[in-house]
Design a binder for this molecule. Structure first.
Ligand code: NAP
Length: 499
């Protein structure tokens, strides 16, 4: 699926149904982190004026889109589903080249985005309020859900297709018009999303895309008086600042931010199951998932065997360019993320954690042309250490040993984040106690910390999440406001009324 480009081969913004150059006339190259010689294209480094133009286009398109029956809005999403299915492989290849995850992971992400679009296409038939009895005779009372207006979607680079899909589909089906600002690292996949929406028949101005830096484009969107809600996924520092700005304007915001997810492994666990789940959760997508397993809380009886198997698994992983067959882990997304990974590895050593495997940048041959780091594992980690407290967002496991279930639960909860957690045990009583008491938005039993499904709410507790859950029915509710209707059908003046 070729990227639309201008006569000079540069990409464009999608504003008011037109592919337009940025007002800044500036462009940024989009290089593959797996091979820095490979340039996917040059994308608009847009500015304030472009963001403003997109908001105005979205504002103009809102009344007609809001008045379009929701099932008809859903059918446009369904058309997009069909188009994406027919282009799954091309899209996955672009995603793999742009973000660096393996081709299999990229295919998985595209399928997940398609599932979300399928789900929300159907939600066009189910945007429901409630019918409730009134205190007053011959009065019909109910609630209806209505769209908010222009909404801004600000997305990170780690799921460059699935996250723009899971935010835009519910926003659109509920009748809002959208301005999407994708991460500067991953504009190509978002541009393909805009191309498919256009082809699926989205009316002009209903979906707009502006690529460019968070500071200029993102801030303009967040502060724009016509933007009625902001849906953000990304880091805590940006998300918390953005939340303050939205609070000042009194608009809705949802911010899904960092994680520090623990897999608890009790002595009675199925060892093979735990090892497979942790390797997938920790090193899949190079550890660059908000739900990545970055901590392993192991009970003392099983810890030596578990650690031995994890180290062996980490050492067997094939690291390289995810486009190549057999590659199981790709590079860090950019130089900054690579440096963050290496900085945390050094910090963990300084804090006294023991490095059992990995810990180095991979060099030599093709590795020199990308941002590759070894799958890494530390033991001897204590809950107070920064490697246990802070999100690395790289392929680094920190193992903490504990004596029993209660200590495991305490350690699992001893972080500021609350996104996801898992427990490996054959004891269903302990599993249920964990489900009840672990402080996270998503909990898995005998299953990796990663994963989500379109129909299930996604998001975190504590410092991870602000606002409503994403995906599922809840994800659509965020983009609506309730109206309560009182319909008096007596046809005569009332002698009394309850207030
Ligand atoms: P980030 O640096 O916070 O960026 C996220 C988005 O915000 C990007 O589009 C960025 O634009 C934009 N931005 C930057 N400054 C802004 C500003 N002043 N105003 C408005 N927007 C601004 O995060 P990231 O590095 O892309 O993503 C990694 C983080 O996302 C991790 O912490 C991860 O845990 C989190 N995440 C959370 C979830 C979840 O559901 N909880 C899911 C996925 C990822 P630029 O790219 O142009 O800077």
């Amino acid at each position: 699926m070729p990227l639309k480009s201008d006569a000079q081969g540069r990409s464009c913004n999608f504003i008011g149904g037109e592919w337009v150059p940025p007002s800044t006339a500036e462009y940024a190259p989009n290089r593959s982190p797996a091979n820095l010689d490979e340039v996917l294209g040059h994308f608009p480094a847009s500015g304030r004026k472009d963001a403003e133009a997109a908001v105005q286009a979205a504002k103009a398109a809102f009344p007609a889109w809001a008045a379009t029956p929701a099932p008809a809005r859903g059918r446009i999403l369904w058309k997009a589903v069909e188009l994406f299915k027919s282009r799954l492989d091309e899209l996955a290849r672009t995603l793999c080249r742009e973000e660096g995850k393996t081709l299999a992971e990229a295919r998985g992400e595209v399928m997940k985005g398609i599932n979300l679009l399928e789900f929300y296409a159907g939600e066009g038939f189910r945007i429901h309020g409630k019918t409730l009895p009134s205190e007053v005779r011959q009065t019909f009372t109910c609630t209806v859900r209505q769209p908010l207006g222009v909404v801004a979607l600000i997305t990170p680079w780690n799921f460059p297709f699935a996250i723009p899909a899971w935010k835009s589909a519910p926003a659109l089906v509920t009748g809002n018009t959208v301005v999407l600002k994708p991460a500067s690292n991953t504009p190509a996949t978002a541009t393909l999303l805009a191309q498919v929406y256009e082809e699926a028949g989205i009316p002009k101005g209903v979906f707009n895309l502006v690529t460019g830096p968070g500071g200029a484009v993102g801030n303009t969107l967040v502060d724009h008086p016509e933007v009625k809600a902001v849906s953000f996924t990304g880091s805590n520092s940006i998300g918390m600042a953005l939340n303050e700005r939205c609070a000042k304007r009194g608009i809705k915001v949802t911010a899904e931010m960092g994680g520090k997810n623990a897999a608890v492994v009790l002595d009675d666990a199925d060892l093979d199951l735990a090892v497979a789940g942790i390797l997938q959760g920790a090193y899949g997508s190079t550890g660059q998932r908000c739900t990545a397993t970055s901590r392993v809380v192991a009970q003392r009886g099983i810890a030596p065997r578990l650690v031995e198997a994890l180290v062996a698994g980490a050492q067997k992983l094939q690291v390289g360019n995810g486009l190549e067959p057999g590659i199981e882990m790709g590079p860090a997304v950019d130089e900054s993320q690579l440096k963050t990974d290496l900085r945390y590895i050094e910090l963990a050593k300084e804090e006294g954690a023991k490095l059992l495997t990995g810990g180095q940048r991979l060099t030599g041959g093709a590795f020199d042309n990308g941002y590759y780091v070894q799958p890494t594992l530390f033991v001897g980690v204590r809950p107070g250490m920064r490697i246990h407290q802070e999100e690395v967002f790289g392929p680094v496991i920190a193992v903490v040993e504990v004596g029993d279930f209660d200590e495991a639960l305490m350690v699992a909860n001893a972080v500021e984040f609350g996104l996801s957690s898992s427990i490996y045990t054959r004891d269903s009583n302990l599993a249920m106690r964990f489900v009840e008491r672990v402080e996270v938005g998503m909990v898995h039993v005998n299953n990796p910390t990663v994963g989500g499904e379109a129909q299930l709410p996604f998001g975190g507790w504590k410092s991870t999440g602000i606002g409503e859950r994403e995906m599922a029915e809840e994800g659509a509710e965020f983009f609506t406001q309730l109206k309560t209707v009182f319909f008096d059908y007596t046809g005569a003046a009332r002698t009394s009324k309850i207030y």
